[in-house]
Design a protein around this ligand. Structure first.
Ligand SMILES: [Zn+2]
Length: 75
């Protein structure tokens, strides 16, 4: 889970994500990646969040659409 933060912003548009009592009131995309050896970013940890709007914008630019699987129960 996401580290508890007082304030959270979408990395793309800078929008403030609504948090009440430490709980996210809207769903966001969390990107996390430790870049390894075979990258140009030797062992650097990247993380960002995207609001749903920016996430939709990002995936709309994909050549191959995201895989979609219906989940019956949210984890
Ligand atoms: Zn955004």
């Amino acid at each position: 889970m996401m580290k508890e933060k007082r304030e959270l912003f979408c990395n793309a548009c800078g929008k403030k994500i609504r948090i009440e009592n430490g709980i996210l009131r809207e769903d966001v995309f969390e990107g996390k990646k430790v870049w390894g050896y075979f990258s140009d970013k030797d062992a650097v940890y990247h993380s960002f969040i995207l609001c749903e709007e920016c996430y939709d914008k990002m995936i709309s630019g994909f050549s191959i659409p995201v895989e979609e699987t219906a989940v019956t129960e949210l984890i």
